[in-house]
Design a protein around this ligand. Structure first.
Ligand code: 6R9
Length: 695
């Protein structure tokens, strides 16, 4: 075991304060180094061997790089960007930004005028560099006996065939393509094929319902929808094609008809014959794509050309189409992947996220492939056939970097250490966590049991909007504190502000904002730049507002405390309370609904719904089930409420605003902390709700 003094000897160089570092307020405490030496901080020191080989081997090294990235962002990022292939170098300044709504429209540009292609940089560039025979993707099926693999050469050829097909059916630069696929190798392949021809992919997580899918199709009006007939997750077969069929009927009603639905036959889940089909519109992937040539010229893109749209939840009912562009996103995802996971060419990398979420975009597909990494795509469920599946996969492929979500860590922790210790896991080097704050006990279990107290944990804080990691440990650089995302990534200036938007320094807590832009930042909300400004840049003028609360301790470590808006984080999935409420009230028996998040042992947060029924309807078990079913149908199974609390009335102010603060207390049974209820229009509803708690 490393002691503090050992560690300090190891990072001797750290004692020297870099000149000028004092101008970075949130790092002051750490630079002084004094509290690092204290053990009651619960510091976990990096393993000396690990640090010795790490890309960033000490706080000192981090500080040097960080300082340059803040003082000279143009120089810092253009040096990194130059490692990629640009057909033409950016013509103007490296970046342009206005984040201050008071000074005009918010605008962010990086490498403008530069001409590149992210698919070319993921595939052709790596093949040319001699990685053609390296495995790009390993696929592990839901059933352990099904697997597959593709080298960089194979992947490039398959991407080209699909790109040629898409061009042939009329997809052009700037057209949207909606992708509703499970975790097959065809999913990253599809994203890359779109990027190759300049089409804008909009991947919809294949757990969303037909109605959610239709809403996204109507918003972005795709030329083509790409899906597969079915998928098995655990023991269950999910008929995806039926969901797509229903979504296409719905979107046609809204005037958006899609001419082509390319359907991959997933033979391990469902046979062709059993698939619902619309002649003329639907076409089997396997029947057409392999007939196309295996080479396809790339469509060169301006750095600021759109790359993809990804819908995410906000505090109103309508999902937001987060738009990312090409150049900055490419440079940022590649760089964050490399440093936050201390990536080495010999690594085998597995991220358990689905490509339907941002984590799958940036850290299953683009970030790792830009680095020429070997990536695992897992189709199944992490506890099928049993809770040892993850470690079975780790041993089978010799996974060295394992990146997952706290909710999975907690659920595996509950199943017991036996499932973990049964497997060797000796290939593991770095662990990662994302999606929600990781509680210290889960952190410790992950560190001690899964990583045998050897592997640093990168607890990466970031968002769909940020494109890549914002606050994260760099393995081997810093001592870690279980549950803290530690320090900002290069180029990122997190600030904590109070209600008035004043920056607070030193030890504090408040709203987490970011000062100045970074290459991976989203550029707009699709079709609604005004909402972009209102949601993210107006609350605290001059800053990007994350929607998260955060505190900073005396050593400058950051601790994320969760959302401060009406967004719930269930198993790392963002769900707007308004979306669930609008689904509930669409049920004819539901008059009103108010949804809050409550602490949940495994999922982080659970969904707790207060429901007022229409006059004359009585509550029943059947109705409860139907209400939950309505939400599953409208949003997806992952948004199903955990609790329905019958509410004869809801606590409202005299102006009719629902007081969620009180509902949160009732939901978490903190009944002696209800606070002042005298401003309610009818304080007696609170007593009624308490009386019905647990009904
Ligand atoms: C990447 C992703 C973003 C929200 C974000 C925050 C929460 C994500 C976190 C974390 C604490 C972490 N979040 N990572 N909170 N520590 N390491 O999850 O994107 O789906 O857009 O969610 O997730 O609340 O605001 P997204």
């Amino acid at each position: 075991k490393l002691t503090t003094s050992n560690y300090l000897r190891h990072v001797e160089s750290m004692a020297k304060v870099p000149s000028g570092a004092g101008s970075i307020p949130h790092l002051n405490a750490v630079i002084l180094g004094e509290s690092l030496a204290s053990e009651e901080n619960d510091l976990i020191f990096p393993n000396v061997e690990f640090s010795g080989q790490a890309l960033v081997s000490s706080p000192q090294k981090y500080l040097e790089m960080y300082k340059r990235s803040i003082e000279d962002p143009a120089g810092f990022w253009s040096d990194i960007a130059s490692e990629f292939y640009w057909k033409e170098k950016w013509s103007k300044e490296v970046y342009y930004q206005n984040l201050d709504v008071r000074e005009g429209p918010v605008k962010i540009e990086w490498f403008k005028g530069g001409v590149t292609n992210i698919c070319y940089n993921c595939l052709d560039r790596n093949v040319e560099a001699g990685l053609g025979e390296k495995i790009a993707l390993y696929w592990e099926g839901n059933e352990p006996e099904f697997d597959g693999k593709l080298t960089y050469n194979n992947l490039l050829h398959k991407v080209c065939q699909l790109a040629n097909y898409l061009k042939d059916v009329g997809v052009k630069k700037g057209d949207a393509v909606v992708v509703y696929l499970p975790m097959l190798m065809e999913l990253p392949m599809t994203m890359l094929a779109c990027a190759r021809i300049g089409a804008v992919h909009s991947v919809v997580f294949a757990g969303f319902s037909a109605e959610s899918l239709a809403q996204r199709i109507v918003d972005c009006k795709p030329k083509v929808v790409i899906t597969c007939n079915a998928v098995k997750r655990g023991p269950k077969v999910i008929n995806l094609k039926e969901i797509v069929d229903a979504a296409l009927v719905d979107s046609a009603k809204e005037g958006i008809s899609v001419d082509t639905c390319l359907t991959y036959e997933n033979p391990t889940a469902m046979k062709r014959e059993n698939t619902t089909w619309k002649e003329g519109r639907d076409i089997w992937w396997q029947d057409v794509v392999p007939r196309y040539p295996t080479n396809c010229d790339v469509e060169w893109a301006d750095a600021e050309d759109p790359l993809f749209l990804l819908y995410t939840s906000g505090s109103t009912g309508k999902p937001k189409g987060v738009l990312h562009t090409t150049g900055g996103y490419m440079v940022y995802t590649a760089t964050t992947f490399k440093y936050a996971f201390d990536y080495k060419p010999s690594d085998v990398y597995w991220c358990t996220a689905d490509c339907g979420w941002i984590t799958g975009h940036s850290y299953v597909s683009y970030g790792p492939l830009l680095n020429g990494a070997t990536v695992i795509i897992f189709e199944g469920a992490p506890n099928y056939p049993d809770s040892g599946r993850c470690w079975d996969i780790v041993d089978k492929y010799k996974v060295s970097i394992f990146y997952t979500a706290p909710t999975l860590v907690r659920s595996l922790m509950r199943d017991g250490d036996g499932y973990v210790s049964k497997y060797s896991r000796k290939s593991l080097r770095v662990l990662g966590s994302v999606g929600e704050p990781i509680n210290p006990s889960a952190w410790r279990w992950f560190f001690n049991v899964v990583g045998d107290s050897r592997c640093p944990i990168s607890d990466t804080w970031w968002q769909t909007e940020t494109g890549g990691f914002m606050i994260s440990p760099l393995p081997g650089a810093w001592p870690q504190k279980p549950g803290s995302a530690t320090f900002p990534f290069f180029g990122v200036q997190p600030v904590i502000v109070d209600e008035k938007g004043q920056e607070i320094e030193g030890e504090c807590s408040g709203y987490l904002c970011v000062k100045s832009s970074w290459p991976g930042a989203f550029r707009t909300l699709y079709g609604d730049h005004e909402r972009y400004e209102t949601t993210y840049f107006k609350p605290f003028p001059g800053y990007y507002f994350s929607g998260d609360g955060c505190s900073r301790d005396k050593d400058g470590y950051h601790w994320l405390t969760g959302r401060v808006d009406d967004v719930i984080n269930v198993s790392g999935h963002r769900i707007g309370t308004a979306e669930v409420e609008s689904a509930l009230v669409s049920h004819p028996h539901c008059a009103e609904a108010a949804v809050v998040g409550v602490e949940h042992e495994v999922k982080g947060q659970g969904i707790y719904a207060f429901v007022t029924l229409v006059e004359g309807v009585d509550y029943s078990e059947e109705l409860r089930r139907n209400l939950i079913l309505t939400v599953r149908k409208q949003i997806g199974a992952f948004a199903a409420p955990d609790n329905i609390h019958w509410a004869p009335g809801l606590p409202k102010t005299r102006s009719g605003k629902i007081m969620r603060r009180i509902l949160r207390k009732i939901a978490s049974r903190q009944l002696d902390e209800l606070g002042d209820t005298s401003t309610l229009a009818d304080p007696s509803v609170v007593d009624q709700l308490i009386a019905l708690a647990g009904v």
